[in-house]
Design a protein around this ligand. Structure first.
Ligand SMILES: [Mg+2]
Length: 272
């Protein structure tokens, strides 16, 4: 008998929505989520996207239902209120301070990564200020390197292998990978630890948290450590399926949002 699901954490791209499909989001999943929320279950979208980028996605994919919470950039928590998206406690402020301090102390290390990427690859390093149209300073300060985009998975494999050779220089440094995207972060922050914080905030125990995702950056919320009910859609990469199986979770047959419905039906047996 499963503990009741009280908090749902869904990845966005490749889990809720299928890029390239004329119907990227199953309206049946919208109905299931609305039904669960009617029972008091909370729903968070847990994504590598930044908040503005997620809001763009919610609009462009025309999701028929809005989440209660958004975990963005794999580390920030926002609640949807009547006044719009709002921080939850001081988590985001502390998170920002800790990242600023980490990146400042890691400047020589980040400069080495940038040098390698520019010398040896065609990948593009992303800088925080470049991503902010209100502050287009054109700076290439290593302390503001937020991540990078490779041209293909093999190139990203090479870059990650290089970064891993240097990791011991800065023990608090980590990264989140999602195919050709890599974002730099503090090792205390990922989709799993941030989801656990949301659970603490809501008073929902690990046993009643459900998490579903398809890619590498979803792994921290799918190990069973932070969510008692874990799942992945059928389109997930092999390491995600293996992690979900190892945690005793549910690997759906169906892909994308149809797979999410399948997993929710597995854990919530009384769904209509
Ligand atoms: Mg995904």
């Amino acid at each position: 008998m499963h503990a009741p699901v009280l908090l749902i954490s869904t990845d966005f791209d490749g889990t809720l929505v299928e890029h390239g499909n004329p119907a990227p989001f199953s309206s049946a999943l919208g109905e299931v989520l609305l039904h669960l929320r009617g029972r008091g279950v909370r729903w968070a979208i847990n994504t590598g996207r930044t908040l503005p980028w997620l809001v763009d996605g919610l609009n462009s994919f025309a999701l028929p239902v809005q989440p209660d919470f958004a975990i963005t950039a794999e580390r920030e928590i926002h609640a949807l209120t009547e006044a719009g998206w709002a921080d939850v406690g001081d988590w985001n402020a502390v998170c920002a301070q800790r990242h600023e301090a980490l990146f400042a102390s890691a400047a020589p290390f980040l400069a080495e990564i940038i040098g390698f990427v520019e010398r040896e690859t065609k990948a593009e390093v992303r800088f925080t200020r470049h991503a902010d149209p209100r502050n287009p300073t054109g700076t290439r300060d290593p302390r503001e390197a937020s991540g990078l985009v490779a041209t293909d998975d093999r190139e990203m494999d090479r870059i990650v292998a290089f970064v891993d050779t240097l990791r011991s220089q800065v023990p608090d440094f980590s990264y989140q990978r999602n195919s050709i995207y890599l974002s730099f972060c503090h090792r205390d922050y990922d989709k799993g630890t941030t989801l656990a914080e949301l659970g603490r905030h809501l008073g929902v125990p690990r046993e009643s948290i459900f998490a579903v995702g398809d890619h590498q950056n979803d792994l921290p919320m799918l190990t069973g450590t932070h969510a008692g009910h874990v799942a992945c859609p059928g389109n997930s990469i092999a390491s995600v399926k293996a992690t979900v199986r190892a945690a005793g979770g549910y690997v759906a047959e169906a892909g994308y949002s149809a797979g999410v419905i399948e997993a929710l039906r597995y854990y919530c047996r009384d769904l209509p």
